[in-house]
Design a protein around this ligand. Structure first.
Ligand SMILES: NC(=O)c1ccc[n+]([C@@H]2O[C@H](COP(=O)([O-])OP(=O)(O)OC[C@H]3O[C@@H](n4cnc5c(N)ncnc54)[C@H](OP(=O)(O)O)[C@@H]3O)[C@@H](O)[C@H]2O)c1
Length: 335
């Protein structure tokens, strides 16, 4: 028997989530059966995309009331009766907000020591080399189709998805402008190679600020935010521009979506807008990880992590994403 803790969904949030929407429960896990392994979770993620599933169906079904909050996680196998997962192995998977879990090995992978070595840390398996980094990789390359000389605008650019998309665009020979919510985050974007940055909290009129940063307009808008920012980007797109819809964090807590107001530029500028679900590219994930590892080892790609201490803080860490108080990949250290 192993004692642990887990966060469950106590009720469906109305608007911006609050801590009472979640409940921390004690758990007792039984002994292992043949084929099973016990994992102690070390780090879990908090992800903006989880918000939709707390209220209803998204690209994955709604989370049930009383269910463990789902998330990515990294941990260690601490006991095993499984051929696949050896005791002591460092593993990652969709572990959820809990301290321990028993698994039959499905959806759990040992970290490849050939990849996770040197500056590529185990926690990057659920950051740059996990869903956020892969979303940037496939969103930018498959939908944005950057070409040398293009100008690219990225929203929530200091987050893992945005910062990765911007750095890949730079490698493809683009000029890159990032939008973010503080001067410290703007300075970080410069450090990692963005050509310009816009603080959306202080810039005043968004469309005018986007125009001032790139008077000839943008070929690609990589959108993590939606809402007003998306409209301000649409009116600044160049002919044959591509809008990559990665995320819409400004809409996740809205009872009614704001919607897009500026549709005429889609005709006049021959624009295309396309969303993605990164899991549709799953068969190419390993290839993308190898490419990103090469870029990291060549010093062309970097990432930023922010670790919040203690599983008790998971709901607050999650809620903070919607206030803009996260900076880079936000993880919670469980143990
Ligand atoms: N399509 C897919 O398959 C897929 C997969 C993974 C993630 N995503 C999406 O990709 C996006 C980025 O993910 P991420 O993990 O890197 O998270 P992230 O961008 O770090 O998200 C948190 C940040 O979003 C910004 N933000 C929050 N509310 C905002 C608002 N109302 N207006 C403007 N900015 C706001 C804040 O940064 P500032 O301080 O800069 O405002 C905040 O720190 C998310 O929307 C996520 O849902 C999509």
């Amino acid at each position: 028997m192993t004692a642990g803790k887990r966060w469950v969904l106590a009720r469906r949030p109305d608007g911006v989530p609050c801590t009472d929407d979640f409940r921390l429960e004690d758990t007792t896990l039984p002994g292992l059966q043949d084929g099973q392994a016990l994992i102690r979770v070390d780090h879990i993620s908090v992800d903006p995309g989880m918000r939709s599933r707390l209220s209803g169906d998204s690209y994955a079904p709604a989370l049930d009331i009383g269910a463990t909050i789902e998330s990515a996680g990294v941990g260690h196998v601490i006991a095993s009766r499984s051929q696949k997962l050896k005791e002591g192995a460092l593993v990652w998977g969709g572990f959820g907000w809990q301290t321990h879990l028993i698994t039959d090995g499905r959806g759990v992978q040992a970290l490849d020591p050939a990849l996770y070595t040197g500056k590529i840390t185990p926690t990057s398996a659920i950051g740059l080399f996990g869903i956020p980094g892969l979303t940037a990789f496939f969103g930018l390359l498959e939908i944005g189709k950057p070409r040398a000389g293009n100008t690219v605008l990225v929203s929530s650019a200091a987050g893992t998805v945005g910062a990765t998309a911007g750095q890949i665009a730079k490698m493809k020979g683009c000029t890159v402008v990032g939008i973010t919510g503080s001067d410290a985050k703007c300075a970080y974007l410069k450090e990692i190679g963005f050509d310009a940055s816009i603080n959306h909290r202080t810039c005043g009129d968004l469309a005018a600020a986007f125009r001032a940063a790139a008077p000839k307009g943008y070929d690609i808008y990589f959108d993590n935010v939606g809402g007003e920012m998306l409209d301000a980007a649409i009116v600044n797109m160049r002919r044959h521009g591509r809008l990559v819809i990665s995320g819409q964090i400004a809409e996740y807590n809205a009872r009614e979506p704001r919607g897009i107001r500026h549709t005429l530029p889609f005709i006049t500028q021959r624009l295309r807008m396309e969303g993605l679900v990164v899991y549709d590219h799953a068969v190419q994930f390993d290839e993308a990880r190898r490419q990103m590892a090469e870029w990291v080892n060549e010093g062309k790609l970097t990432w930023r992590e922010e670790i919040i201490e203690g599983i008790e803080k998971a709901p607050e860490a999650f809620i903070g994403l919607f206030r803009g108080d996260s900076f880079g990949r936000r993880l919670v250290r469980v143990a």
